[in-house]
Write a protein that binds this ligand. Structure first.
Ligand SMILES: [Zn+2]
Length: 261
């Protein structure tokens, strides 16, 4: 009897600890798998050596991640706690079966991420920071790490508002973060998928060819293909970009005033 007491708690602690390492480990594995695959099946020709860009983009991403860790802990996590404690937000009031609520929250999080991406391009104060992501001379999986710390800092209050308005508990928010990061790495990658696969996947998710158009240095193209997970939001809002051969695209900022902050 005495020995039985602490065991469940200890097992739960160990289980939680191993689960907390699982997602980062899987994301790292996915990153390096994409990095290998895009060298084997490149979609676009590189204009700069991959190594220095990878280091620069990883350093930029690491700085941004460290910068937002504290505001996220102070703002976003308490927001999820409020949702859990007080039942705030839309999803808990839709009358959905409990098993369906996380899926509804994930879809609404993805939709509001689309809206955030629209703002990043349309509000000059936000474009000033998002342009750092678009300034990459090539587009590959390392571009998925290239976000200015200020852009991520601006996203913290937006994320907290998403959580409170949609009603997102902590576990669903963590799941959304992992799924979104995996998808962001996938469609930034320079991976040439068979066209059949792209077409089949593109009806549901953003693909490397779709997002390649968004990173073309033509300003009109950067205002298109703004979805960040599910591809349906571009179709709903009429922001689907043209289908162009990827080899004709020039990654980077638009020349002239449109590329400036
Ligand atoms: Zn963008």
């Amino acid at each position: 009897m005495l020995c039985n007491g602490p065991r469940p708690e200890r097992q739960r602690t160990l289980g939680t600890r191993s689960a907390s390492w699982l997602a980062p480990a899987l994301l790292c594995a996915a990153f390096f798998a994409l990095r290998v695959l895009e060298d084997r099946r490149p979609l676009r020709q590189r204009t700069a050596p991959a190594g220095p860009r990878l280091l620069r983009n990883a350093a930029t991403g690491a700085l941004a991640a460290v910068t937002v860790a504290v505001p996220n802990a102070l703002v976003t996590r308490p927001a999820t706690a409020l949702v859990e404690r007080r039942g705030w937000g839309l999803v808990p009031h839709l009358g959905l079966p409990p098993a369906v609520r996380p899926a509804a929250a994930l879809v609404l999080m993805d939709y509001t991420l689309y809206l955030w991406h629209v703002l990043l391009h349309r509000v000059p104060q936000l474009w000033r920071w998002h342009r750092v992501h678009h300034a990459d001379a090539d587009l590959d999986v390392s571009t998925a790490l290239r976000f200015h710390a200020a852009e991520l800092a601006w996203s913290v209050p937006w994320r907290a508002a998403q959580v409170l308005l949609i009603g997102v508990p902590r576990r669903t928010l963590s799941l959304w973060g992992v799924l979104t990061l995996a998808e962001v790495m996938f469609y930034h990658s320079n991976l040439r998928l068979p066209l059949r696969w792209e077409r089949a996947l593109g009806g549901l998710l953003v693909t490397p060819r779709q997002h390649g158009i968004h990173h073309d240095s033509v300003a009109a193209h950067q205002a298109r293909n703004l979805s960040s997970g599910l591809s349906v939001w571009d179709r709903l809002h009429g922001t689907v970009g043209p289908q162009l051969p990827q080899q004709t695209l020039v990654m980077g900022l638009p020349p002239g005033p449109e590329g400036r902050a």
